[in-house]
Design a protein around this ligand. Structure first.
Ligand SMILES: [Zn+2]
Length: 411
């Protein structure tokens, strides 16, 4: 593999006596940095961050497992967002030249424990050390997701991760529609959708996955058509079933994040308990007339739904959308925030709404955030909570009762 930094200096340069030539510069650089042989470097696998500073065409043909890939030309601008200064760094290129200069740069940026790998990836591979062929974006994907790739916090690796991410949406309604559309557009590779309703004309005031031609169709089928047209990269998995104690653990199994767009208390409690069992984070959203709320339930890290609401409010104080009405556009805002939080959770980006409840008032046009805490006495996630039993709940959400008929997963 050629090493692009190893090209000699312009021989026609006249001030050779004063300016250091390439070899001199390299020798001087090597005095300022640490170098490791591949054998020594391998001992640091798992402990140090391996940083590959070659070009994309070289990286695509093989790299050290779990290495962070930043081409040398983007090193200064991207490294601080992607490589922690608290861990040792082993930097490598093809032959050990570019990585020597990169190591010096890293030291100047404040990385304290940096080593360049002697002989580079070429020697690493020749010596039979572990390497993989990384999953990379196709040229079409690189174009489609270009605005993501430009963000150093996401980059190619983040986009690749999104394409491998599985998000389950409960409901293809008001909240599920914008969440699903933006998640599909963003390239979340698998979107599961649970909904057992058909498209109704009265849904179209807010449920933008559907349209007049689809009235009477199964909502999951309509959703799949819209999302696949938007982005064929996305595998849309449909569940045209009522979510119940008998199937919820199977359905949610294997998903990375759940976006909850349900509008009834029994399903929310059921989901809460099942997601604790499976330890899957839930992005919760709800809307009512002109107001919306979003929070993220990260199992055993932040509060769960039962910490916030140990029991549902009396039915007369909590009418559903169908009874109380909801302004169009509002679910678009709340569902979009849920989609955004799902991406943050999936990519471990920024500060998701764990332990915080975001409340939106459309009439006032205001957002407020409230701290919400884990309840040590929570019957589901508290210190002394017993084993979680997944059961059907009645409208009081007490275990071992039967879900009321007509409960839907649809705002
Ligand atoms: Zn709890």
């Amino acid at each position: 593999m050629r090493d692009r930094s190893a090209e000699p200096n312009d021989p026609g340069k006249t001030e050779r006596t004063q300016m250091p030539g390439f070899r001199e510069l390299l020798a001087r650089t090597k005095q300022n940095i640490n170098e490791l042989d591949p054998a020594e470097a391998e001992e640091r696998l798992g402990d140090a961050t391996f940083l590959d500073v070659r070009e994309l065409d070289e990286y695509e043909q093989g790299t050290v497992p779990d290495a962070v890939f930043i081409p040398r030309g983007h090193l200064e601008s991207q490294v601080e967002n992607r490589v922690s200064k608290d861990k040792p760094v082993v930097v490598y290129c093809a032959g050990g030249v570019r990585s020597a200069f990169a190591a010096e740069t890293l030291q100047e940026l404040g990385y304290e424990d940096v080593a360049s790998m002697r002989g580079g990836f070429g020697r690493w591979k020749d010596e039979g050390r572990p390497w993989i062929t990384p999953q990379t974006l196709t040229p079409d994907q690189r174009n489609r997701y270009h605005r993501h790739v430009l963000l150093p916090e996401i980059g190619e690796a983040g986009q690749q991760k999104l394409l491998e991410t599985k998000v389950l949406l409960l409901g293809a309604g008001g909240l599920g529609s914008p969440a699903a559309m933006y998640l599909a557009a963003a390239g979340v590779g698998t979107l599961g959708i649970v909904d057992m309703d058909v498209v109704d004309a009265s849904n179209l005031q807010r449920q933008i996955l559907h349209n007049v031609d689809r009235i009477g169709e199964r909502k999951v089928d309509s959703a799949k058509k819209t999302l696949t047209e938007l982005n064929p990269d996305v595998d849309v998995v449909t569940y045209d079933v009522r979510l119940g104690a008998d199937n919820i653990l199977d359905i949610i199994d294997g998903y990375d994040v759940i976006v909850d767009g349900t509008d009834n208390f029994p399903t929310r409690y059921l989901l809460n308990d099942a997601s604790l069992v499976k330890r899957i984070p839930v992005v919760h959203g709800s809307i009512f007339r002109f107001e919306g709320q979003v929070t993220v339930f990260e199992p055993y890290e932040g509060p769960c739904y039962r910490c916030l609401l140990p029991e549902p409010p009396p039915a007369e104080l909590a009418p559903s959308c169908a009874e109380a009405g909801v302004l169009g556009v509002l679910p678009g805002i709340v569902g979009s925030i849920q989609g955004l939080e799902a991406i943050k959770v999936a990519l471990d980006l920024g500060d998701p709404l764990v332990g915080r409840l975001l409340a939106y008032d459309a009439l006032e046009e205001s957002f407020r955030t409230f701290k919400v805490r884990r309840d040590p006495a929570c019957p589901a996630c508290g210190e002394n909570a017993g084993e979680i039993v997944i059961a059907e709940y009645d409208e009081l959400c007490l275990p071992h009762a039967t879900l009321a008929d007509g409960a839907t997963t649809d705002h």
